[in-house]
Design a protein around this ligand. Sequence first.
Ligand code: FDP
Length: 325
Amino acid sequence: MELEQTFMNFLLHHQERHNRTYHFLILMDAIISAAKHIEHYYITGALKGNLGLAGKVNVQGEDVMHMDDIAHEIVIHYLRTTGRVIRAVSEESKEIISLNENEGRYFMYFDPLDGSSNVSHGLPVGFLFGIAKRNLDGPEDFHLRAGKDYIAAGMFVIPTGTLTIAFREAGTWRFHMDETMNYVKPVRITLPDTPVTWELSFNATNRYTYRKTVQDWVDRNERKYSFRYLGALAGDFHRILTNGGMFMYPAIVNHTDPAKNRPEGKLRLMYEASVVAFMCREAGGDAVDEHGTAILEIEPKDHHQRTALYVGSKALVDDIAGVLR
Ligand code: FDP
């Protein structure tokens, strides 16, 4: 029988090696409990009628809560129990959620169920999270942090039983859920250098809505790589991290219906773009916005701020950054 190292054991050694406290373990334990809970709800969701629209009645005759709201409630519950979180920013809450302003140590940014078009099919969605720490030595700079200030960022691809997490200057790691529902077997992820396996991932329907230089870049490059698109950032980025290539969600500026343009991009900076950019950097890749600016350098002005995103293998991101700047 082969027994694997658990995530918590891996993290314990990581903290000790870097002379760090155990507070972060308590936070990660809560995040993992939340992810398992969401995973359970999601797997049984179709059966119980929880994947439908909010406001409906399920097979037991109960009011259905939208799966997004259930996932949000689960995460907030577990974060609150740690006593370690100052404030949380969630995709599912307009307001910032204050948890433990005085004694908390971390800021948490999360999207508890990203990839909404997959929900009614029970297909993969993501629980994405980024974590920043209270400034313990100097003036407090609060929750609006650039991705470069995160201490960790990660994602669960639900319901596949995978956790991928990056620690600042300590790499990107993938874990799989075992039969006892523990995340085990750390494997360090680095983006492959050779382009043989590289993929491009973007919503192809939108290609003629991109600005001309981006459309031309797509024309020049699309035949060189395989194309894959699931429609859930966590799942699409999971493939890019392993196979290399680039995921992109460019700004929409040439829509036939101008009301549907999204010049700022679609994805959210703090709990989508910065999270994948952080994992990508720790795996040897990079990420930029529509101006070719590094995603991790963007100082957010609003906690729900949007951005365009180009993330993946450094050579490809550098190449497209050349036409964006
Ligand atoms: P969704 O709107 O379906 O929740 O940020 C949200 C996100 O999904 C990402 O997960 C995904 O990559 C992208 O948007 C999909 O958008 P399109 O449906 O426009 O392709």
